[in-house]
Design a protein around this ligand. Structure first.
Ligand code: FES
Length: 175
């Protein structure tokens, strides 16, 4: 165990990423440490693949807030996950404006092509296909973002064929 800049004992994440976490905390006033919750959650998610219950507790300990406050942020944002998924999260916007441009049918057909239902992961563990709310590309539907260990990537004006071809490229990159 080591102590964070707040003097509180923190756990694995802090020990492993001490310098990175301290430099993130240094960007905020000492009494506003909670503002660092987003970058710390991103760090936790990169480390564990999703934000585990233990990671929420770690982040809460570092920021000296309640784990439930951290959990509510994880639950609110589509960039954070509280469960394991495939190597690539295919997040299709199915919000109303996109649905009016065929996003629902696109999502359904893409899922069918990969043998899953929305929210499920392909058997090989590569892709989780999810429906999400507005991603700010409403006039370019069908669109989706891909989240994986390399970052977040937008793909707009898609067809099932173009999306499937792109997903195969992602699959190849992670082999
Ligand atoms: S409604 Fe789909 S990107 Fe805005």
């Amino acid at each position: 165990m080591v102590k964070s800049s707040g003097g509180l004992e923190a756990t694995l994440l802090y020990e492993k990423y001490h310098d990175q976490i301290e430099s993130t905390l240094a960007k905020y006033p000492a009494d506003q440490k909670r503002s660092a919750v987003m970058p710390l959650l991103y760090l936790a998610q990169s480390e564990y693949g999703y934000v585990t219950k233990e990671a929420m507790e770690e982040v809460a300990a570092i920021l000296e807030i309640e784990p439930t406050q951290v959990a509510s942020i994880v639950g609110f944002y589509s960039l954070y996950y509280d469960h394991q998924a495939g190597q690539h999260r295919i997040q299709i916007c199915t919000d109303l404006p996109c649905a009016l441009r065929g996003a629902d049918k696109f999502a359904e057909d893409l899922c069918k092509k990969f043998g899953v239902k929305l929210g499920e992961t392909t058997k090989d563990g590569q892709f989780t296909i999810e429906g999400v709310m507005c991603l700010a590309a409403c006039d370019k539907a069908p669109m989706f973002q891909v989240q994986n260990k390399d970052g977040i990537f937008y793909h707009e004006n898609q067809t099932v064929e173009s999306a499937a071809a792109m997903m195969e490229e992602y699959r190849t990159k992670t082999k």
